[in-house]
Design a protein around this ligand. Structure first.
Ligand code: CMC
Length: 392
């Protein structure tokens, strides 16, 4: 088999060179195109960060307003796609609806399929514009509520909030604190180098598959509880702890015993062996947003106690397990009014610029090769076929 290295989970294999995101996991540093995440979270907007992640530089004022405008004018879905949402059962989980919606979108979009630079440009804007619409409609449909047309007088984030929570019969009232908190949360998720979903996007695209097909694969990879699905799993864990009445100390002990097969969801990371810088920023916002929904403060207190207990415990210290981005994000999404089934969809909206940037970087690489890992074969050696009547 030649010179094959066995590396389960690709823990030590760099699959690509990339100029998009820098992480120093030991120091807890995250930068997009050289800009520290803390500065972007404070000063940028999601669409500006998307531009930065995809094109490599911050836009000028004119570039930004043109970019926002081009995206705003692409937010509507083909009218026929309304029927598509009705095909799903009521209460369908919005992640598979989003993944299917991306494939549906590809059948309405021909630009990207011939891979011209203009086609990729259009697909980039179309994806950024239409994914929030797909996400909001998936949510509306799961509740049997009317799907609202986007309103082009609104910002990207406002449009999404109104399509998610608004009704056609009354004006939607925005809360600036919620709008900004969602903007920041999406910025924090914009890219994270070669994580499971982004690697999936690259791997699918490496065969020459189009950007919609590749990103639909990314959404599916994100859905798992060890990846983006962790934000939903954290809230479920907190609710389960509270419902069972078990103490935080006993719960942490169960995790450490490894008997029940439970993990502390929202803790640990392949790369971060220090506090995830995104989690630190989210935690700052948690208090402000939870002020709006006092009822859930008990869960925030529970999460804080869980974090404290784990951080002081040698099991977590020895393994360098710290809270990751998913530990607090669900609590904020919930306070904004999203049900927990929507949390991972919000992660997907945030990660979209990263998937697009990774796909485009891969496609632009003249030295690109189809992704094709090796294996170590451990099965039977050669043996002769046995006719069915001779088998015991
Ligand atoms: N709770 C308890 N023990 C853990 C946890 C946890 N959350 N995470 C890792 N460990 C233990 C693990 O059992 C192992 O112990 P031992 O050496 O005794 O076998 C050790 O720490 C190393 O863990 P690993 O599984 O080898 O680490 P990994 O890099 O393969 O996995 C991870 C990374 C994120 C999948 C894992 O930490 C995990 O499952 N965390 C919980 C799920 C989660 O929060 N995922 C979100 C990740 S962040 C953003 C995102 O991608 O969505």
């Amino acid at each position: 088999t030649g010179n094959v290295t066995y590396d389960p989970g690709f823990a030590n294999t760099a699959s690509t060179k990339s100029a998009i995101t820098f992480i120093d996991g030991d120091a807890g540093i995250l930068r997009f195109r050289g800009y520290p995440i803390e500065q972007l979270a404070k000063q940028s907007t999601f669409l500006e960060t998307a531009y930065l992640v995809i094109y490599g530089e911050l836009p000028s004022a004119q570039q930004l307003s043109e970019w926002e405008d081009r995206i705003r004018r692409k937010t509507m879905l083909d009218e026929r796609m309304r029927e598509f949402f009705r095909m799903f059962p009521r209460r369908s989980h919005p992640m598979p609806v989003l993944a299917s919606g991306l494939m549906m979108l590809s059948t309405f979009s021909f630009d990207s399929l011939n891979d011209t630079p203009e086609g990729i440009e259009k697909a980039t804007e179309r994806l950024l514009a239409k994914v929030p619409t797909l996400a909001a409609y998936g949510y509306k449909n799961s509740r049997g509520e009317a799907m609202l047309y986007p309103d082009n007088s609104l910002s990207y984030i406002e449009n999404f909030l109104r399509m998610s929570f608004g009704y056609p019969t009354e004006p939607y009232e925005f809360n600036d604190e919620i709008t900004r908190a969602l903007d920041v949360l999406l910025i924090l998720h914009a890219d994270h180098e070669q994580n499971c979903s982004s690697s999936t996007v690259r791997l699918i695209g490496s065969s020459g598959a189009n950007i919609y097909a590749s990103i639909a694969g990314g959404v599916n990879a994100l859905s798992g509880p060890l990846h983006g699905g962790a934000n939903q799993a954290v809230l479920e864990m907190l609710e389960a702890i509270r419902a069972s009445g078990i103490s935080v100390k006993d719960y942490v002990q169960q995790v450490k015993d490894k008997k029940a097969g439970i993990k502390l969801m929202g803790f640990g990371h392949r790369i971060y062996k220090n506090y995830d810088p995104r989690a630190a920023i989210i935690k700052q916002h948690a208090d402000a947003v939870l002020r709006l929904k006092e009822g859930r403060r008990d869960l925030l207190n529970l999460a804080t106690e869980l974090e404290q207990t784990a951080l002081e415990d040698p099991y977590f210290q020895e393994r360098k397990l710290y809270p990751n981005v998913d530990f607090y994000s669900g609590l904020i999404y919930e306070a904004m009014g999203f049900p927990k089934e929507m949390f991972t969809v919000l992660f997907a909206i945030g990660r979209l610029p990263g998937w697009i940037a990774q796909w485009r970087e891969m496609r632009a690489d003249p030295g690109r090769k189809i992704g094709r890992p090796r294996q170590v074969y451990v099965g039977e050696p050669e043996r002769a076929y046995v006719p069915i009547e001779d088998r015991t």
